[in-house]
Design a protein around this ligand. Sequence first.
Ligand code: NAD
Length: 494
Amino acid sequence: MAAASQTKTYRMWIDGKWVEALSGATRDLFDPGSGELIARVPEGSQKDMSLAVDAARQAFDQGAWRKVSALDRGKLLFKVANAIRNESQFLAELEVRNCGKPLAEAEFDVADAANCFEFYAGLATKIHGQTLSVPANSVSYVVREPVGVCGQIIPWNYPLMMAAWKLAPALAAGNVCVLKPSELTPLTALELARIIEAVGIPPGVVNIVTGPGVGAGDELASSPKVDKIAFTGGTATGRKIMLGATSNLKKISLELGGKNPNIVFADADFEAAVDGALFGAFANQGEVCSAGSRLLVEKSIHSALIAAILKKIPRIKLGHGLTPGVKMGPLISSDHRQKVENYIKIGIKEGATLLCGGQRPSGAEFEAGNFLEPTIFDHVSPQMRIAREEIFGPVLSVIPFETEEQAIQIANDTEYGLAAGVWTKNVNRGLRVMNQIRAGIVWLNTYHPTFNEMPWGGYKQSGIGRELGLYGIEGYLEIKQININLDETPIGWY
Ligand code: NAD
């Protein structure tokens, strides 16, 4: 592991100024892998959020950003992308210290965040309306305009990447933003604010308020001065956000949880499916909305696949995310580990077969962190809670199936609909199954890759709307009809 970092005291970024919470309250943040104090951040409240919303409102209404040409907005966003790249090692290591993930995964996230800013920087100049042929003697056309003040609330599992997914399209479209990172992982978002200041994005256009969900977050969701709320987090919180948004019927987009099926047919490439099952379930410690946490396996290969998976489990090296070779870091907090451990107890009680894990790893290097072994349950029935509820940790539930129809039925038997994987060499079967899966992202013979060019989001209770790609910017644009009468004769109706 790299040398210990110095504890840094951060401030929030509101109206172009670095500020403490009005109350003076702060929160200490600890490295989830070592327990070391890494930073102190302001604990913003409803009052701080209210100030940030006022600043954003003013910035939008006075045109601080929407009147900047699309070309210049794009140029500034390109600069943000470059600055992220220039600081990628620092940002990746900070991400590891704050949220625990292995360094290689954090490096990927930082690169993705830069790519996201670059994608939307290029898109800023491609937002366009439409001219339509209409029956009357008039010119009618459609213009797209920014929605206004966008409130953005993000979770702790991909802190910088989620900040980029939210800010980049909103800013490209000419909106102003108030972003609330998770109270557990605000550090890279605050560093991003520093970058945003340095490249010259005007004051008040981006505001980053640190603080808890209740207080800072719900104020943002319910404020009548906010035009849109974009939320990524748990489904239960999403419901509350939706209720808050009714105050002024603000536009809303939600990226929520998942209980995603990863379906392996007997005719799949066996080794690829083994890797895909493990990566789908255990990347980012399983703290992934799209984790393939339900492994549906065709009965004829069930025993062989389980044996091959178990053989590879020892390769998932646990440890601090900065330790070379580590493949699985600690969970985000001891509370969260307890929640995951509780699900392990539930799985045992429900009668599932615990194949591996279920324990905290032993050894001095694990004592101060929130580590948990990768855990696999076999013979899980679709009715068990471990097959239905999002655990959000390194716990895989294996569910055997006999026929294609049964696999589809089990896959869709969930309140969620975020992602799914299908493993087969039979292209007809692959397409048949993918067509019938009710989810926003479906992978064939792979798991997890996604691109800034492609839409991200869920069916059913996994969300409302889509992020990323051309779809992602739509949610940050209003559509205005413009109608010009070319006939000067009075209409003479009365
Ligand atoms: P969470 O819902 O507890 O918190 C998410 C954010 O909402 C945090 O910033 C939190 O402070 C804030 N918040 C909490 N209560 C609030 C309230 N009443 N009003 C306003 N804001 C509030 O989620 P989490 O534990 O941080 O993240 C894990 C969840 O996020 C999982 O369910 C996961 O599936 C989901 N997630 C979804 C996606 C996706 O793209 N669909 C991506 C990542 C994470």
